[in-house]
Write a protein of this length. Structure first.
Lengths: 223, 200
């Protein structure tokens, strides 16, 4: 696996484009383990969502600049074109969607939680699927919104897109914001733990079937 | 030989012998579950032991709290690679619960949770002082995202075996894989053998 390109994606995040020879494919929404090996053989690994659809020609990850952490700082600051590391996976099959599974599809992201959901939208676009799809994104700021330049393309393909900027006049997702999207057959919620806990609680109060709601949480709530 | 990540040093664990292979230590307490935290898991709480038992037993919350309690301090290991050291829990040994039910010809168990989650374990991994039904974490009521009001605690196996929001143990003569176990995860999940996926 070789790094083909690195580019800034938004404030505080970069996209890493990888060449992955022999990749056996994945489902939109799945993750991979990035395994780094140090000079002396020490190795460690962390899971990252795959940002691209199986149909995409490229294979991308999106790395947030985290202040601490063991793997993300290296990926965010040190990594450059031509670097090599190992990938294992894909994993996280329970958080994935295929167009044949139909909809309505409701995708809800907090911050970097948009990454696996972007893979699902791209999968819908690239398969020419007409599945009823809504994307609800909660971001702190406009400058930090990931994939902002792609939202118009999503809308043009019939995807409803709602964005709330919580530090620029918006408020955190509540029943009033989520009710208009109706009850979906497949709901995917990804974001920081507190965001996912709050949002899934609202969804259940609105009458969504718990079995239809898949959740992916990141950033451990300090115990 | 895997490629070397140029300039990567990593954080060396202070106590490497305590980390199973492929794990790293975290001070956080990440929350992993397939779906939402069930909002009503504490309502009409009861815990049932059924299946291959001489007497099906159901205990309510007050009865649970009246049982002899233990406060194990253990290291826990998640299959997503994090480990957390010295976690302290309050609960009752599964041995105590099983004694009330009296297993008959049982060699396996399936834990059933309020959200429909299931996970399977050999009975030997639930007995002999190795597993608990717990309702406190670090002296506080167990928070719902971490499995409150009560979860299974089987710290010598990967933590997906420690079912959150557990409501029943079904004892069986033969093994019957649970949610993750039919989705590619290892049937037993011993972190020291790095039994993450089927075939490991």
């Amino acid at each position: 696996m070789t790094v083909r390109a690195v580019r800034e994606q938004a404030d505080g995040a970069r996209t890493v484009v990888l060449d992955v020879p022999g990749w056996e494919g994945h489902r939109a929404g799945q993750s991979v383990d990035v395994r780094l090996t140090a000079q002396d053989g020490y190795r460690t690994q962390r899971p990252y969502s795959i940002a691209t659809a199986p149909e995409d020609e490229t294979f991308e990850l999106c790395i947030e600049h985290l202040r601490d952490g063991e793997v993300s700082p290296w990926l965010a600051n040190e990594l450059r074109e031509g670097d090599q590391f190992e990938l294992r996976g894909p994993g996280g099959r329970s958080f994935s969607w295929h167009a044949e599974e139909g909809g309505p599809l409701l995708l809800i992201a907090g911050g970097a939680g948009i990454v696996p959901l972007r893979a699902m939208v791209r999968h819908r676009l690239m398969t020419g699927s007409a599945v009823d799809t809504s994307v609800v994104v909660s971001a702190r700021t406009r400058a930090g919104l990931l994939y902002a330049s792609e939202l118009d393309e999503w809308r043009a393909a019939g995807v409803r897109v709602h964005v709330s900027f919580t530090r620029e006049g918006g408020r955190r997702l509540d029943a009033a914001q989520l009710r208009p999207f109706g009850l979906a057959r497949h709901v995917f919620v990804c974001g920081p733990t507190a965001f996912v806990e709050h949002t899934t609680r609202v969804l259940l109060e609105l009458g969504h079937d718990a079995a239809a709601v898949r959740a992916e949480r990141f950033g451990g709530a300090a115990a | 030989m895997p490629p070397i990540a140029r300039g990567f040093r990593g954080r060396r664990p202070a106590d490497p012998d305590r980390l199973p292979p492929g794990q790293y230590e975290t001070r956080d307490f990440p929350v992993l579950a397939v779906g939402p935290t069930p909002p009503h898991a504490a309502q009409d709480w009861a815990f049932t032991i059924r299946g291959a038992v001489s007497r099906e037993v159901t205990i309510g919350w007050d009865e649970l709290l009246a049982l002899p309690r233990e406060t194990p301090t253990v290291d826990i290991h998640c299959v997503t690679q994090w480990s957390k050291f010295d976690t302290t829990w309050t609960g009752v040994s599964i041995d105590t619960l099983l004694a009330e039910a009296g297993p008959v010809g049982a060699a396996y168990a399936v834990a059933h949770a309020a959200d429909g989650y299931e996970t399977n374990l050999p009975l030997d991994d639930l007995t002999g002082g190795k597993a608990w039904l717990v309702w406190e974490y670090e002296g506080e009521p167990l928070e719902p995202p971490h499995g409150g009001p009560a979860r299974l605690l089987v710290p010598h196996l990967y933590f997906w075996k420690s079912a959150k929001w557990v409501r029943a143990l079904e004892l069986l003569a033969a093994d019957r894989p649970g949610y993750w176990e039919v989705n590619g995860y290892h049937d037993r999940g011993d972190p020291w053998q790095e039994q993450r996926y089927q075939g490991d």
